[in-house]
Write a protein that binds this ligand. Structure first.
Ligand code: SAM
Length: 361
């Protein structure tokens, strides 16, 4: 169906009013080529984000502590089958030192992210979590270490972990099985997300934009999933090919579509914590600033030691692989100010959680 600019603007108003659009209307929004609509949609998304979170931007200090992974996601540069990846694993002491350095720099959320490293037993992870939380009780600790069983998630939560990022990758089982080998299951990933919520984590899910085989209808399914699951955080970024994967020659995802999705997600889930991702900054030098202006309110600078930065390569041409953490935070603070927003030193919890990260529910 062809729509006029006026039709599109009405769709944006209805989204901003919390109306539930039809699949066809959502698909129309994603497929629009109308620049006036883009501008209006992002303005509405900013209005909603400012109503909930003001002009604040939360920083998350990201420690990419291992690139060992037992999985073979077809799109990912650190997949187990990539023999060219230079593997590394930070020691417990190195992880603690990074989080101390992050705290000194003002971070009040630390994110531990890694491949699914068989070395990461519940004992090791719980010990690391406890040690970090003992040293810095006022931070939020986020984990992003993949699929585990509910008991394991519970043990890490009991040790002090507050949040968990596990992108659902795609809400279509068929598309999921195209992107992943048969050993990985859509049902299990979704079960993990439900388990995490039940335990009490603030949960983040999300998808790549423009991943191989992705159709507009898949993105509409993703939006429907986000609407029903109601995650506290949503991480989306463009798919970017990695030269050592079978998708090396695929087209990367579009920055414009990623920005539009950020705005749509902000309007659908006004309270969500929404990062402007490194992948967005990799595809466009101003990608993260554009993400903030499209409704995002979180930035995740890298805290990993520079000696390993260049080895956590999920995709080609990743930015910020050479900068010291202090330099990253200076650079991001300046970039954020340039958008009219401000970096704040805060845990930056979802509004449904109080200052201790407790859910009132
Ligand atoms: N192992 C954990 C997991 O599975 O959630 C965390 C690490 S995983 C590498 C983090 C995210 O990177 C994935 O959820 C995926 O969406 C993203 N990613 C992987 N390869 C990518 C690529 N080629 N382009 C863009 N994003 C990618």
């Amino acid at each position: 169906m062809s729509r006029s600019t006026e039709d599109y603007l009405k769709l944006a108003d209805r989204l901003a009013d919390g109306e539930n659009l039809t699949d066809e209307e959502l698909a129309g929004i994603l497929l629009s080529e109308d620049p006036e609509f883009d501008a209006y949609l992002s303005q509405e998304a900013r209005r909603v984000r400012e109503r909930v979170y003001g002009k604040d931007v939360y920083l998350r200090g990201l420690i990419e502590y291992t690139n060992y992974c037992r999985n073979n996601c077809r799109y990912c540069g650190i997949r187990a089958g990539n023999r060219n990846a230079q593997r590394y694993r930070l020691t417990e002491e190195e992880i603690i030192a990074c989080s101390d350095a992050g705290y000194e720099l003002g971070f009040r959320t630390i994110v531990l992210q890694g491949g699914e490293d068989p070395h990461d037993t519940d004992e090791r992870m719980s010990r690391i979590i406890r040690r970090i939380k003992e040293r810095h009780p006022d931070i939020a600790l986020t984990l992003s270490i993949g699929e585990r069983n509910k008991d394991s998630y519970q043990r890490m939560f009991d040790a002090g972990a507050d949040r968990y990022l596990l992108r659902h990758e795609t809400a279509s089982p068929e598309h999921y099985s195209l992107l992943h080998p048969a050993a990985m299951s859509y049902e299990h990933r979704m079960q993990c997300l439900r388990d995490l919520h039940e335990i009490g984590y603030q949960v983040g899910c999300g998808m790549m934009v423009g991943s191989p085989g992705q159709k507009t209808e898949h993105l509409v399914q993703d939006l429907r999933f986000l609407q029903s699951f109601r995650p506290e955080m949503v991480g989306i970024g463009p798919f970017i090919p990695h030269h050592d994967t079978e998708y090396a020659h695929c087209q990367p995802g579009s920055v414009r579509l990623t920005l539009r999705l950020l705005s749509v997600i902000r309007l659908m889930l006004p309270e969500v914590l929404l990062p402007a991702t490194t992948a967005l900054g990799t595809m466009d030098p101003k990608g993260r600033e554009k993400g903030l202006l499209a409704g995002a309110n979180v930035i995740m600078p890298n805290l990993s030691p520079t000696s390993v930065r260049g080895k956590y390569l999920l995709y080609d041409n990743k930015i910020c692989t050479g900068d010291e953490a202090a330099e990253c935070i200076r650079c991001m603070t300046a970039r954020v100010s340039g958008t009219g927003y401000q970096v704040v030193q805060s845990r930056g919890d979802h509004v449904r959680y109080d200052a201790d990260g407790e859910s009132p529910a």
